[in-house]
Design a protein around this ligand. Sequence first.
Ligand SMILES: Cc1cc2nc3c(=O)[nH]c(=O)nc-3n(C[C@H](O)[C@H](O)[C@H](O)COP(=O)(O)OP(=O)(O)OC[C@H]3O[C@@H](n4cnc5c(N)ncnc54)[C@H](O)[C@@H]3O)c2cc1C
Length: 266
Amino acid sequence: MITWGATVTGVTPLPDGRHRVSLADGAHHDADLVIACDGIRSHARSLVTGEQPTYSGITFIHGDLRDPGPGSFVARNTGEGILHALGDNKAILAQRAADRSVRVYFALRTPEDPARTLGDRFADTAAVRAHLRETFAGWSPDLLSALDEIDTDFAYWPLYGLPAHQHWQPHTGITLLGDAAHVMPPFGGQGVNMALLDAVELVHTLFSPQCTTIDEAIVVFEQAMLDRMAGAILDADAGGEMLLSPAGTAPLLDHFAAAAAAEAGQ
Ligand SMILES: Cc1cc2nc3c(=O)[nH]c(=O)nc-3n(C[C@H](O)[C@H](O)[C@H](O)COP(=O)(O)OP(=O)(O)OC[C@H]3O[C@@H](n4cnc5c(N)ncnc54)[C@H](O)[C@@H]3O)c2cc1C
């Protein structure tokens, strides 16, 4: 049964190995297995591992073109996929969404802003536009025209990640998946896919004849997930280094050249 709109206020271990999941409306559920998929700010994570995500050094400020017309340079060049415009430790990245809108990210290497948290919205959009025009001074006016076309608020999105090689002792009756287990910067475009794969693999493991108890399934699932995620996190971190580099486009062009050479040599 899915209970929409329920806010979990606490997960507490019980003496019999189960966990009590408490909700904001005062209800609680005592569960044989808690699957914590509560994202980057997971509270349940601390019941499983001492690791906490750290700031990657990269922040996105993003806004959307909700219904871009044919004259929009950024929308046209984003096409059905993505646009990457790279400079000195900065980038303008855009991505087409299923509803035809285009999300534009202004990406910066910058210290974390302690006054802001993930997802904060900027009420003063004029000030954000002016700040970004100044930060991206000298960039193509065609690209910067997106600043005038964005017709939503801007959001502040610092990027965080967990280490590629994580180890924790499996815990009775609780496991993690998705960003709660392995958040990474989005440069591999793998976060949602990995979260969905976690869910599928957890179900398969729970119903596998090789696992006769929930705890056995947790051990098998978590080991496979952590092994798989090590490569994905390393790729995501490398993607960030490549796209936001003091050398601008050079690392990405080198990467394409190496890939083309490898393909030609096959
Ligand atoms: C800028 C950016 C771009 C990205 N682009 C891509 C991409 O192109 N492709 C891709 O695959 N991935 C991408 N990702 C990554 C992707 O968004 C995440 O990896 C994915 O959303 C993780 O899913 P999740 O279910 O683990 O966590 P989330 O999507 O964060 O979901 C967690 C849910 O738990 C809920 N929750 C948290 N605490 C509580 C509580 N106490 N009670 C009740 N509910 C709670 C939250 O409200 C939320 O709905 C991107 C990420 C960022 C930041």
